[in-house]
Design a protein around this ligand. Structure first.
Ligand code: 6GU
Length: 225
């Protein structure tokens, strides 16, 4: 799978992705990553990428005549083009699983007050947000989406899918994990985990999952129905 990220701050995206487990996946040839500076397509001597909004108001708007050629430079017939903005559809594990089936994702990081609406209307397949809070730009969203998607690709993590994935697909949170020492500062590991009784351990883990989900994320339990 290939990812191409379009951003005004390429170093914000390059560094974290090259220096992570995902970077190893790139080196191993399991995925390809391109990071592109939108300003390359900026207008005039100052490589301008934004302008004041028609109709007035505060802030600047990213220009459609800059983003169009920036997208065209990386687009393929099989591309899926995603624009990051706070008003996009909420990213979740299910969306990561869908993205992981695609051959090519183009990820556009929005900035300023917003992006000319014609980009959303004519140039992208969907808009995505990573949560209900406002960021200064889409770069962190791109990092989150590439990481969550790439780790699902065969051979990127080496060690297949984890119980954590299961947790979000099944609608229950993971049970708690413990390792040595058996006791630390008077904090013991639950006896059942030391019992050697696999049936009892499984039952305890299932109960813990349900209890934690009900206490911490009751919304997840409902969504899993
Ligand atoms: Cl994708 N962009 C911005 N600017 N803020 C966000 C976001 C995206 N997702 C959550 N907040």
């Amino acid at each position: 799978m290939r990812f191409d990220v379009l951003t005004l701050f390429p170093e914000m995206v390059e560094g974290p992705l090259r220096h992570s487990m995902i970077g190893r996946g790139i080196e191993a040839g399991r995925l390809e990553l391109g990071v592109h500076d939108i300003r390359t397509h900026g207008l005039g001597r100052h490589r301008t990428v934004d302008d004041a909004p028609f109709g007035g108001g505060s802030g600047m708007v990213m220009r459609v005549d800059v983003l169009d050629p920036a997208i065209a430079a990386v687009r393929r017939p099989d591309s899926h083009v995603v624009l990051f903005e706070p008003s996009g559809a909420r990213f979740d594990q299910r969306m990561a699983e869908r993205f992981a089936t695609l051959p090519h994702l183009v990820l556009i990081c929005g900035h300023y007050e917003g992006i000319d609406a014609r980009v959303r209307e004519h140039l992208v397949d969907e808009t995505v947000s990573i949560g209900d809070y406002v960021l200064t730009g889409g770069e962190y969203a791109a990092l989150v989406v590439v990481d969550a998607t790439a780790r699902l690709l065969p051979g990127v993590l080496g060690n297949a899918t984890s119980a954590m994935d299961e947790s979000f697909s099944s609608g229950t949170l993971e049970y708690p994990h413990y390792t040595r020492p058996r006791e630390y500062r008077g904090w013991p590991v639950p006896d059942v985990l030391l019992s050697g009784n696999h049936g009892k351990v499984e039952k305890w883990r299932r109960e813990q999952s349900l209890l934690r989900t009900a206490a911490i994320r009751p919304d997840l339990a409902r969504k899993g129905d």
